[in-house]
Ligand binder design. Structure first.
Ligand code: F6R
Ligand code: MG
Ligand code: MG
Length: 367
């Protein structure tokens, strides 16, 4: 038996063009850095990819979660890519690196990360989801469907290995606190939180019977970390599939109904999360719509055999069409809620200036 850690660490360190995609030279730079780390034996394997303007490092190793060496490697890789981004004058070069100095853990420094450690099973199918123009709570709906909804996941009803259900660890991103809730017995309590994705996000899911980790997400709220708007908290998610976990198809199924997420244009609009292949992942229309890419791997003693670019498939074409129809409808609302986010959730606002300008023109209304 062999303990493997999967670390997915991502950052937006410069867009090509605007906030739409990652320049190939950055992907090459990251690849060279991680190849070196693999040759030196720090990494078992890696895969460099992107969704929209976010550079994603998918890595396997034996150092456990929160390993300083791995976080340092990701940080140094992002720094090297920032150099390139600056040379090319890419848009927002280095924007997600909030500090000049690395201090042992990438937490709170800008990049987002999801990590999990487990004993590799005889066969270990793994999915990595990456989204652009949205927030960590965007995974609440698909994770609920995958691990708690019998209309999505048939195994919850008919597979003895899944029938006891799963445990959700939910993080309160405002209070920085966590709670674990069991499904199905606490479903209604769970949904009170999952239905409020701007504040609560699922961090981990565990298989109840075995205690095994089933899913891990990134929950960094970049804008909150910095106390001001410095970039986006576009999230990643790792899910283990099959043999007691949801089947690959049960993991993918929630994305066939594009749900509405926050983060479109200027981080201040709601839009449908459209499932796309890596090659289709560059946002265009109104800097969106928000995108999700899903890559599959088979682990083989930590080696990442893959990827399988799942949403490239024809089976997601209807979902894409539906998302585009929803996008058409929402765009017609222009600056009106609920297309535009409520005042408290917007990343851009002119409210203070406008209120200041109109100071004195507001008068009290008599009862
Ligand atoms: C960035 C994003 C974009 C930008 C928009 C304005 O992830 O969502 O929609 O917010 O392009 O960007 P600036 O203010 O940099 O011109
Ligand atoms: Mg960007
Ligand atoms: Mg992004």
């Amino acid at each position: 038996m062999m303990k493997i850690t999967v670390s997915v660490i991502k950052a937006d360190i410069g867009g090509f063009v605007g906030h739409s995609s990652v320049h190939p030279r950055l992907l090459e730079t990251a690849d060279a850095k991680l190849e070196q780390a693999k040759l030196e034996g720090m990494l078992i394997d890696y895969h460099v990819t992107h969704v929209g303007d976010d550079l994603n490092l998918i890595m396997t190793h034996k150092l456990g979660v929160d390993a300083e060496e791995i976080h340092q490697l990701a940080w140094d890789t992002f720094l090297a890519c920032t150099e390139e981004a600056k040379k090319l004058k890419l848009y927002g070069a280095g924007q997600d690196l909030l500090s000049d100095a690395f201090s042992g853990n990438i937490k709170g420094m800008g990049p987002g990360f999801a990590e999990m450690e487990f004993e590799e099973r005889t066969s270990e199918p793994l999915l990595v989801f990456m989204a652009d123009k949205t927030e960590p709570g965007a995974w609440n709906y698909p994770l609920y469907k995958m691990f708690a909804d019998p209309f999505n996941t048939a195994g919850l009803v008919i597979d003895p290995k899944m029938h006891e259900g799963f445990i959700f660890e939910v993080h309160d991103l405002q209070e920085n606190s966590r709670v674990q809730l069991g499904a199905p017995e606490e479903l209604y309590d769970l949904l009170v939180f999952l239905g409020a994705p701007s504040r609560y996000a699922v961090k981990y899911v565990y298989h109840k019977q075995s205690g095994e980790i089933a899913a891990a997400s990134s929950t960094q709220k970049l804008n909150m970390l910095a106390g001001r708007y410095v970039g986006k908290d576009d999230p990643v998610l790792i899910v283990r599939a099959q043999n007691g976990m949801p089947a690959v198809g049960e993991v993918l199924e929630p994305f066939s109904n594009p749900h509405l997420v926050s983060g479109w244009m200027r981080g201040s609009h709601v839009g449908p999360l459209i499932p796309v292949s890596v090659n289709q992942s560059a946002p265009t229309r109104f800097d969106g719509p928000p995108r999700v890419v899903g890559l599959g791997f088979q682990l083989s003693s930590g080696e990442l055999v893959g990827p399988q670019d799942f949403f490239a498939d024809v089976a997601f074409e209807k979902a894409r069409q539906k998302a585009l129809d929803i996008a058409d409808y929402l765009r017609q609302l222009g600056p009106f809620e609920p297309h535009r986010l409520p005042l408290s959730d917007m990343e851009y606002t002119t409210m203070p200036q406008v209120m200041n300008k109109l100071k004195g023109r507001f008068t009290k209304i008599d009862k």
